[in-house]
Design a protein around this ligand. Sequence first.
Ligand code: PEP
Ligand code: MN
Length: 359
Amino acid sequence: MIVVMKSNSSEADIEHVLTYLEKHGLTGHPSQGVERTVIGVLGAVGPTGAPGSIGGINPTLGETLEGLPAVEQVIRVSKPYKLASREFHPEATIVDIEVPCVSGGIVGIGGSEVVMMAGPCTVETEKQLMTTAEAVRKEGAVILRGGAFKPSTSPYGFRGLGEDGLKLLAKARAEFGMAIITEVMTPADVPMVCEYADILQIGTRNMQNYMLLDEVGRTRKPAVLKRGMSATIEEWLLAAEYILSQGNRNVILCERGIRTFEKTTRNTMDISAIPLIKQLSHLPIISDPSQGTGRRDLVTPMTLASIAAGTDALLIEVHPNPDEALKDGAQSLTIEQFRDLMPRAHAVTQAIGRTLITE
Ligand code: PEP
Ligand code: MN
């Protein structure tokens, strides 16, 4: 349920509705729009302290709320996700990231600009990370990716450098002024990863790790939530709802390919998810064509297609020597290939009336 306040409603009016909801065992999540404030209403409180489903709401409550003088309208949200829905928040959410290397020092994800995030799949060595960071920055990437904690399908695969990897990422940030995105895999690691990262990445294998979602939700760090490899759009938005309902509004969704019967590619890149998410949700949506295809020859075309479809940012794997990469070499672009991709990405971005932010 969403309570739409009248455009002239005051702080006290909003407070009044919030108190009223509280008295009925509900939680109100206000969101201030340009025109008016809307309040998302969530129901029963779950055992972990998180607001739960809408299930427990008294059916006549909507009518009572609608009778309050400062309330314009009460909308019943048909979708199971509430705070993530467009109905709750008609304007697009822009997640601001501090990026020292751009003028103004802030990059907004979800606005008119398209943002390039690039770097190695995995932080391997200082030299590998610094070489990649320098090269991708030179071509216009403003956010550096690199995993220090790696989810590995096989227990014998490389699991990452851990905190040492985070320290290398911090070093690259200091040197090149790029923001850092890196994966966090367990609730216990959230505080440590937050110290080093500008954006937390929640991997496809953890999209439904609800304890992790809760913990990330308790921070205010921007978080990229990858789509589970077998997740429906609705399950994905419900996972986002976990983070949002804990109070962290800085959620960014990431399409990274889904599992289908097709074997030629590692995953099937669901480009349609990009405009679909824009319809269903106010949250920014970004695209990872590297995991999305698993093949470096397909990364550039899927990057261009994602931009055309409306992606707010790209997450691309680049390695100075992909054949020697400890992980995901087959899908990592060489530095030369990334250099070739950027002008094309600029051209498509311009063609749809957006700008690829590089400085
Ligand atoms: C990655 O970005 O390297 C990664 C492991 O992503 P995903 O969780 O989408 O597989
Ligand atoms: Mn990878």
